[in-house]
Write a protein that binds this ligand. Sequence first.
Ligand SMILES: *[C@@H]1O[C@H](CO)[C@@H](O)[C@H](O)[C@H]1NC(C)=O
Ligand SMILES: *[C@@H]1O[C@H](CO)[C@@H](O)[C@H](O)[C@H]1NC(C)=O
Ligand SMILES: *[C@@H]1O[C@H](CO)[C@@H](O)[C@H](O)[C@H]1NC(C)=O
Length: 645
Amino acid sequence: MLARFLLLAAPLAALALPSRPATLKRTHERRSVLPHQWEEHADAHPDMRVPLRIALAQSNLDTAYDELMRVSDPESPDFASHWTAKQVAEFFAPSKNTLDTVVNWLAEEGIDRSRVKQTQSLGWIEVSNLTVTEAEALLDTKYKVYKHASGKPTLGCGSYSVPEHISKHIDFITPTVHFDTRVNSPRQEQRRKRDVEPGVAKNIGQPWSGSTPKQGASLSAASIITELEQCGSQITPICLQALYKLPIDYIQFATSKNSYGIVEYTPQSYLPTDLDMFFEQFLPQATGKRPTMDSIDGGNIQTEYEGFDYNGESDLDLQYSMALVYPLNPVLYQAGDMVEGASFNNFLDAIDGAYCTYDGGDDPTQDGVYPDYATGGYQGPETCGGYAATNVISTSYAYNEADLTPFYETRQCNEYLKLGLQGVTVLYSSGDYGVAGNDGQCLNADGTYSANGIRFNPSFPGTCPYITSVGATQIIPNGTIFDAEEASQSVIYSGGGFSNVFATPSYQTSAIKSYYANYPPPYTAAQYNNSEAVRGLPDISANGAFYVVAVDGEFELVFGTSCSSPTFGSVITLVNDARLALGKKPVGFLNPTLYANPWMMNDITTGGNQGCGTPGFESVPGWDPVTGLGTPNYELLVAKYLTLP
Ligand SMILES: *[C@@H]1O[C@H](CO)[C@@H](O)[C@H](O)[C@H]1NC(C)=O
Ligand SMILES: *[C@@H]1O[C@H](CO)[C@@H](O)[C@H](O)[C@H]1NC(C)=O
Ligand SMILES: *[C@@H]1O[C@H](CO)[C@@H](O)[C@H](O)[C@H]1NC(C)=O
């Protein structure tokens, strides 16, 4: 019976199907045009070797938020049971099923197991000694040699296919349709420098990125205030200590375990003489102190360009954070060289080497690419890992959410989640243009820009639900630190609004619900996503107006959420000191605890964040998309956080 059946079946199969069912493949990726500067050169010789790498699909992204809440929710018994970097890597590593399925497929295709290995980061499979002939059969494709204008050749193809049951287990395969756009001749670099597009992520440190603070009047040393009663006209470190109930002459107990990081993007950099000028005025014992520097991708303290646009941001961030957490010495993460620059992804690569290749790696059209062969560029290797993340990280730069793709933003946002799992508090300023984007830009209905766009333009990473977004307040006109603050509306307007990409995280649901129930804003879906189902920002705020900063040898008044983020970060760093002194872990991802305990903040209920031809949103009792939950009260924060595990 059996024999007859086989006899019958065999010729049929041979006629209908050329081989096993596993080879029924469908297109996984296709490219229709070659990238700029590349052209087809020749067919690939059948014996050439293809360095095949298969990016495996990550696991557990769907449950990652629950895990973040487990270590960040104040009601959770596992609060602050943070993960190690290794635990994070293993949790998100492709599942055993994914690995086995892909390895079995390769075996069915005749590729011996001994030639297949998983990379150390666990995210990739590499196949060794694969010929073009083998790769073409495996992927149902035709390999060609392409040449870049610089002369660099590469192997590639126009499209490739994998069996249907393999598709969901892999992200993509290289070398195939992805061309290395990293090869750039110095001349191209020069051209790129000239035609910089606004929106390119690695340009964030440039003065024209629209993300830097605003400069006010210069002050003579004699006119600098010395009394708390005068904080209405100038903000100095003592004003902030009084406003947010920071302890005066507090002895930190845990400086050896504590850490605070400030991120700067070249060409922004501090002037050492400015730090000393500030300390001589406000904290003489700190004179001569410098932050500990972690140089990322050639980041250095440049002195080629000076001026408020080059020194204002870094001088501000470092003077205030260093003064408020003294004697703890902050870490300065200085990212990018003078030519290529750096993006938030380049910074994340430096504190988590696995992120360099995670989910396809960085985007060479957005992120800094190193080594940078342009004249004056940093020729060293790209910084991948090697630096530790500090307990709190404050960044006073922000993109417009509309300038980056949802894929790019989701990839980066997931990385903030992973930092949260490891107990890192990530703070970003929310922007200085109210409901508008950097430089006051607003959107058209389709997400493009024009002068008469009416759609609000929120900031990123502010809209990522896994960071804490910091808005700006100010002392009321002619008021004192004893009056309630209002939303910043002298010179700058606190960035705030709602995401067009990210859904409301559970920790924010009830705050958003009561905001809409009690104070429905007067705008429509034409201006912003009013579904009540998207992430709102900022989460919190701190004073951001009339800061006295030493810049280029002069005291000047400075305005911006750029002031607010390092100030709030300093408050949290001191909360961490109290916890560390008792042998507890740092606070980590803040938002679940802040939203569950709004009484720890001074609720801000007046002022708006005008922009896009509107008065913007209004600050109201409870959370609002102008000042978030309000400004910090250190005494209440520390009291609550000391009761948590
Ligand atoms: C690579 O494969 C060829 C046959 O295609 C074989 O002769 C050679 O020994 C292999 N080299 C290695 C390093 O495995
Ligand atoms: C603040 O005080 C100045 C000088 O006393 C006065 O001219 C101004 O009107 C006051 N502003 C407000 C908002 O009260
Ligand atoms: C608003 O956000 C919700 C939730 O993410 C989404 O379903 C909806 O499509 C968005 N509306 C618009 C107009 O984009």
